[in-house]
Design a protein around this ligand. Structure first.
Ligand code: ATP
Length: 235
Protein backbone atom coordinates (compact mmCIF):
# COMPACT_ATOMS: atom_id res chain seq x y z
CA UNK A 1 0.00 0.00 0.00
CA UNK A 2 1.08 3.59 -0.63
CA UNK A 3 1.53 6.00 2.30
CA UNK A 4 -0.39 8.53 0.24
CA UNK A 5 -1.27 9.54 -3.30
CA UNK A 6 -2.59 12.86 -4.54
CA UNK A 7 -3.80 13.69 -8.01
CA UNK A 8 -4.04 17.13 -9.58
CA UNK A 9 -4.58 19.09 -6.34
CA UNK A 10 -5.31 22.80 -6.73
CA UNK A 11 -5.47 25.13 -3.74
CA UNK A 12 -5.61 28.92 -3.51
CA UNK A 13 -5.65 31.21 -0.52
CA UNK A 14 -7.40 34.24 -2.06
CA UNK A 15 -5.10 35.34 -4.87
CA UNK A 16 -2.19 33.18 -3.75
CA UNK A 17 -1.92 29.83 -5.54
CA UNK A 18 -0.46 27.35 -3.04
CA UNK A 19 -0.90 24.08 -5.01
CA UNK A 20 -0.89 24.02 -8.84
CA UNK A 21 -2.06 20.59 -9.87
CA UNK A 22 0.06 18.67 -7.38
CA UNK A 23 0.32 14.99 -8.27
CA UNK A 24 2.40 12.78 -6.03
CA UNK A 25 2.71 9.18 -4.84
CA UNK A 26 4.69 8.14 -1.79
CA UNK A 27 5.57 4.62 -0.64
CA UNK A 28 5.34 3.62 3.04
CA UNK A 29 8.59 4.06 4.97
CA UNK A 30 10.39 7.29 5.83
CA UNK A 31 9.60 9.99 3.28
CA UNK A 32 11.37 13.34 3.22
CA UNK A 33 9.53 16.41 1.93
CA UNK A 34 11.93 19.11 0.78
CA UNK A 35 11.28 22.54 -0.66
CA UNK A 36 11.91 26.23 -0.04
CA UNK A 37 9.58 28.60 1.85
CA UNK A 38 6.25 28.84 0.09
CA UNK A 39 6.74 25.63 -1.95
CA UNK A 40 3.40 24.30 -0.68
CA UNK A 41 4.63 21.66 1.79
CA UNK A 42 2.40 22.69 4.69
CA UNK A 43 -0.58 23.07 2.35
CA UNK A 44 -0.03 19.54 1.03
CA UNK A 45 0.13 18.23 4.61
CA UNK A 46 -3.11 20.07 5.50
CA UNK A 47 -4.79 18.52 2.46
CA UNK A 48 -3.62 15.03 3.48
CA UNK A 49 -5.14 15.53 6.92
CA UNK A 50 -8.41 16.90 5.57
CA UNK A 51 -7.83 20.22 7.37
CA UNK A 52 -8.50 22.36 4.29
CA UNK A 53 -10.83 22.31 1.35
CA UNK A 54 -9.35 22.56 -2.15
CA UNK A 55 -10.71 23.53 -5.55
CA UNK A 56 -9.82 20.44 -7.49
CA UNK A 57 -8.18 17.07 -7.15
CA UNK A 58 -8.37 13.88 -5.15
CA UNK A 59 -6.23 11.66 -3.02
CA UNK A 60 -5.81 8.87 -0.53
CA UNK A 61 -3.83 8.42 2.68
CA UNK A 62 -3.13 4.77 3.55
CA UNK A 63 -6.00 3.86 1.25
CA UNK A 64 -8.52 6.34 2.79
CA UNK A 65 -10.11 9.04 0.64
CA UNK A 66 -9.04 12.57 1.73
CA UNK A 67 -12.44 14.08 0.96
CA UNK A 68 -14.75 11.38 2.29
CA UNK A 69 -12.80 9.61 5.06
CA UNK A 70 -11.27 12.45 7.04
CA UNK A 71 -12.12 11.02 10.45
CA UNK A 72 -10.71 7.62 9.51
CA UNK A 73 -7.52 9.37 8.37
CA UNK A 74 -7.17 11.19 11.69
CA UNK A 75 -7.42 7.87 13.53
CA UNK A 76 -4.40 6.44 11.71
CA UNK A 77 -2.27 9.55 11.18
CA UNK A 78 -0.38 11.55 13.81
CA UNK A 79 0.56 15.16 13.12
CA UNK A 80 3.12 17.42 14.81
CA UNK A 81 2.50 20.87 13.29
CA UNK A 82 5.18 23.49 12.73
CA UNK A 83 3.55 26.18 14.84
CA UNK A 84 3.49 26.07 18.58
CA UNK A 85 -0.14 25.23 19.46
CA UNK A 86 0.45 24.78 23.20
CA UNK A 87 -2.09 25.40 25.95
CA UNK A 88 -0.28 27.41 28.59
CA UNK A 89 -1.04 26.27 32.12
CA UNK A 90 -1.23 22.58 31.25
CA UNK A 91 1.39 20.15 32.49
CA UNK A 92 3.15 17.97 29.90
CA UNK A 93 1.10 14.91 30.83
CA UNK A 94 -2.19 16.84 30.75
CA UNK A 95 -1.30 18.21 27.31
CA UNK A 96 -0.59 14.78 25.76
CA UNK A 97 -3.60 13.21 27.49
CA UNK A 98 -5.82 15.98 26.10
CA UNK A 99 -4.48 15.27 22.59
CA UNK A 100 -5.50 11.61 23.09
CA UNK A 101 -9.00 12.56 24.23
CA UNK A 102 -9.38 14.79 21.16
CA UNK A 103 -8.69 11.67 19.08
CA UNK A 104 -11.56 9.92 20.86
CA UNK A 105 -9.55 7.89 23.39
CA UNK A 106 -11.15 7.24 26.80
CA UNK A 107 -9.40 9.35 29.46
CA UNK A 108 -7.88 6.36 31.27
CA UNK A 109 -6.23 5.02 28.09
CA UNK A 110 -5.15 8.49 27.00
CA UNK A 111 -3.48 9.09 30.36
CA UNK A 112 -1.64 5.76 30.31
CA UNK A 113 -0.41 6.38 26.75
CA UNK A 114 0.55 9.97 27.64
CA UNK A 115 2.91 8.70 30.36
CA UNK A 116 4.37 6.06 28.02
CA UNK A 117 4.93 8.52 25.17
CA UNK A 118 6.48 11.18 27.42
CA UNK A 119 8.94 8.55 28.66
CA UNK A 120 9.61 7.52 25.07
CA UNK A 121 10.46 11.06 23.89
CA UNK A 122 12.63 11.70 26.96
CA UNK A 123 10.25 14.04 28.83
CA UNK A 124 9.46 11.66 31.72
CA UNK A 125 11.06 13.91 34.30
CA UNK A 126 9.31 17.03 33.00
CA UNK A 127 5.82 15.45 32.80
CA UNK A 128 4.35 17.49 35.68
CA UNK A 129 5.95 20.80 34.67
CA UNK A 130 3.87 23.48 32.87
CA UNK A 131 4.51 23.30 29.13
CA UNK A 132 5.16 27.02 28.71
CA UNK A 133 8.42 26.54 30.63
CA UNK A 134 9.69 23.88 28.20
CA UNK A 135 12.66 24.67 25.90
CA UNK A 136 12.19 24.70 22.09
CA UNK A 137 13.49 21.12 21.84
CA UNK A 138 11.23 19.94 24.68
CA UNK A 139 8.19 21.57 23.04
CA UNK A 140 8.98 19.78 19.80
CA UNK A 141 9.28 16.44 21.61
CA UNK A 142 6.00 17.19 23.42
CA UNK A 143 4.30 17.69 20.04
CA UNK A 144 5.72 14.36 18.86
CA UNK A 145 4.47 12.58 22.03
CA UNK A 146 1.01 14.09 21.39
CA UNK A 147 1.07 13.01 17.76
CA UNK A 148 1.93 9.44 18.84
CA UNK A 149 -0.64 9.16 21.63
CA UNK A 150 -3.24 7.28 19.57
CA UNK A 151 -0.65 4.91 18.05
CA UNK A 152 -0.86 6.10 14.42
CA UNK A 153 0.45 4.21 11.40
CA UNK A 154 1.80 7.34 9.72
CA UNK A 155 3.43 10.25 11.54
CA UNK A 156 3.69 13.66 9.87
CA UNK A 157 6.39 15.99 11.20
CA UNK A 158 6.26 19.51 9.73
CA UNK A 159 9.72 21.11 9.93
CA UNK A 160 10.48 19.48 13.29
CA UNK A 161 14.07 20.77 13.56
CA UNK A 162 13.27 24.43 12.82
CA UNK A 163 14.84 26.82 15.30
CA UNK A 164 16.59 23.99 17.13
CA UNK A 165 20.14 24.03 18.55
CA UNK A 166 22.45 21.19 17.34
CA UNK A 167 21.76 18.99 20.39
CA UNK A 168 17.96 19.40 20.11
CA UNK A 169 18.17 18.72 16.39
CA UNK A 170 20.19 15.53 16.95
CA UNK A 171 17.59 14.30 19.47
CA UNK A 172 14.70 14.87 17.05
CA UNK A 173 16.53 13.12 14.20
CA UNK A 174 17.27 10.15 16.48
CA UNK A 175 13.63 9.91 17.53
CA UNK A 176 12.46 10.04 13.92
CA UNK A 177 14.98 7.34 12.94
CA UNK A 178 13.94 5.10 15.83
CA UNK A 179 10.25 5.43 14.93
CA UNK A 180 10.84 4.52 11.34
CA UNK A 181 13.61 1.90 11.62
CA UNK A 182 12.77 0.17 14.91
CA UNK A 183 9.06 0.80 15.40
CA UNK A 184 8.07 0.30 11.76
CA UNK A 185 6.15 3.58 11.55
CA UNK A 186 5.78 5.44 8.27
CA UNK A 187 6.97 9.04 8.41
CA UNK A 188 6.47 12.16 6.36
CA UNK A 189 9.30 14.45 7.39
CA UNK A 190 9.13 17.97 6.01
CA UNK A 191 12.28 20.12 6.08
CA UNK A 192 14.37 22.81 4.41
CA UNK A 193 17.50 20.86 5.19
CA UNK A 194 18.78 18.07 2.96
CA UNK A 195 21.12 16.68 5.69
CA UNK A 196 18.12 16.17 8.02
CA UNK A 197 16.19 14.33 5.33
CA UNK A 198 19.27 12.25 4.45
CA UNK A 199 19.70 11.28 8.11
CA UNK A 200 16.15 9.96 8.46
CA UNK A 201 14.51 9.14 5.13
CA UNK A 202 14.66 6.48 2.40
CA UNK A 203 12.57 8.33 -0.14
CA UNK A 204 12.44 12.02 -0.92
CA UNK A 205 9.90 14.33 -2.55
CA UNK A 206 10.99 17.78 -3.68
CA UNK A 207 8.33 20.48 -4.07
CA UNK A 208 8.52 23.93 -5.64
CA UNK A 209 5.84 26.40 -6.75
CA UNK A 210 2.99 24.18 -5.58
CA UNK A 211 4.12 21.20 -7.66
CA UNK A 212 6.21 18.08 -7.29
CA UNK A 213 9.65 18.64 -8.86
CA UNK A 214 11.37 15.36 -8.03
CA UNK A 215 10.62 12.04 -6.37
CA UNK A 216 12.96 9.13 -5.71
CA UNK A 217 15.25 7.37 -3.28
CA UNK A 218 17.94 9.53 -1.70
CA UNK A 219 20.63 7.65 -3.65
CA UNK A 220 18.71 8.06 -6.92
CA UNK A 221 18.26 11.80 -6.43
CA UNK A 222 21.89 12.36 -5.54
CA UNK A 223 22.87 10.43 -8.68
CA UNK A 224 20.45 12.41 -10.85
CA UNK A 225 21.73 15.70 -9.46
CA UNK A 226 25.31 14.58 -10.18
CA UNK A 227 24.38 13.64 -13.76
CA UNK A 228 22.68 16.99 -14.24
CA UNK A 229 25.78 18.75 -12.91
CA UNK A 230 28.10 16.78 -15.25
CA UNK A 231 25.84 17.52 -18.24
CA UNK A 232 25.82 21.23 -17.37
CA UNK A 233 29.62 21.37 -16.99
CA UNK A 234 30.19 19.54 -20.31
CA UNK A 235 27.68 21.53 -22.35
P1 ATP B 1 7.16 27.11 4.69
O1 ATP B 1 8.43 26.38 4.64
O2 ATP B 1 7.35 28.60 4.72
O3 ATP B 1 6.18 26.63 5.72
P2 ATP B 1 5.64 25.71 2.69
O4 ATP B 1 6.39 25.00 1.62
O5 ATP B 1 5.10 24.91 3.81
O6 ATP B 1 6.52 26.90 3.23
P3 ATP B 1 2.95 26.73 2.40
O7 ATP B 1 2.92 27.16 3.85
O8 ATP B 1 2.14 25.57 2.01
O9 ATP B 1 4.46 26.48 1.95
O10 ATP B 1 2.55 27.99 1.53
C1 ATP B 1 2.34 27.98 0.12
C2 ATP B 1 1.88 29.38 -0.30
O11 ATP B 1 0.58 29.64 0.23
C3 ATP B 1 2.77 30.51 0.19
O12 ATP B 1 2.80 31.50 -0.81
C4 ATP B 1 2.05 31.00 1.43
O13 ATP B 1 2.32 32.37 1.65
C5 ATP B 1 0.59 30.80 1.05
N1 ATP B 1 -0.26 30.53 2.23
C6 ATP B 1 -0.15 29.46 3.07
N2 ATP B 1 -1.12 29.49 4.01
C7 ATP B 1 -1.86 30.61 3.77
C8 ATP B 1 -3.00 31.19 4.37
N3 ATP B 1 -3.61 30.63 5.41
N4 ATP B 1 -3.48 32.36 3.84
C9 ATP B 1 -2.90 32.92 2.76
N5 ATP B 1 -1.83 32.41 2.13
C10 ATP B 1 -1.31 31.28 2.62
Amino acid sequence: MKAFELENLHKRYGKVVALRGLTVEAPTGAIGLLGPNGAGKTTMIRALLGLITFEEGQGRVLGRDIRRERLAIREIVGFAPEDECLFPGLQGVEFVCYAGELCGMPRKDALRRAHEMLDYVGLGEARYRPVEGYSTGMKQRLKIASALVHDPKLLILDEPTNGMDPEGRREILELARDLSRNKGMSLLFSSHLLPDVEAVCDHVLVMGGGRLLLSGSIAELTRRERIRYVVKVKS
